[in-house]
Design a protein around this ligand. Sequence first.
Ligand SMILES: [Zn+2]
Length: 297
Amino acid sequence: MYKLINVTGGVGGDCHLVLGKEKAAIIDTGMAYCAGNVIGNIQKALAEHMPQHPQLDYIFLTHSHYDHLGALPYILEAWPAAKVCAAHHAHKVLQRPNALKAIRKLSEGACVIFSDGHLSPYDDQLLHVDVCLKENDVIDLGVCPVQTLETPGHTQCSLTFFIDNALVFGSESTGYTSKCGRVNTTYVNSYKQAVASIEKCRALGKVKIVSPHYGLLTDEEAQIYWQKCLEATEHHKNFILAKAGEGCSEDEILEACFHEFYDDICKFEQPYRAWRLNTLAAIRSVLKEFNMDLGDQ
Ligand SMILES: [Zn+2]
């Protein structure tokens, strides 16, 4: 028994509130610049649907990227008792000064693109993990188990959350749905792990699905979602291997990917800097996993 409310505060990153019988959780936070909106949306939803317990108990993170946890420090200021739950690897990432610096830089950049460029100050120490989750760990929100599935591929720390044996919060390792409805791949650190993650999710059978950067899919969309994720991932990998086979350098493959994949919709949904970093890492992972030596590197 769960209630799902989309409390996203602005474009670029989503936040969903999940209510069990006794406790409330959010899955991801969205970007830093829209934290004020997210907090307002959560407060409103809690007052309406959980007046007896208008508290946020858990914050689940699908991974440690800035567009998924940027608003975390502000949300923790509003609900200091909320427990941040994520993979052990995310915990380690958030202890690295360079990662915190990168999150801040990307959050500031997104604030310029999507808002007025003035990011409210925040404390880096609030970007942390309290509870390290691993495969099949369960946290109960009150007749509403939240089960963790490890689904690496996008990042090593990517987790999928399976709510009440009925609703899947996909991680970006499996893919994401563009606002136009197209399913895109977004594996970064391993193509092979991404494919295994898609198969793991597909094995859950008939479920409701929340796709990253999009929201709840219709039952019709959900039925073909994992297959579309797989096709998008295969197409991306095959495109890179074909370019490498033609003798392209890493820079040339990146340029070809830019023309093939970075269209007007992507431009709006993912700043170039973040896209470039992710795509370069994806190219390297595919070349490594398929033993392709570019020769000129
Ligand atoms: Zn990400």
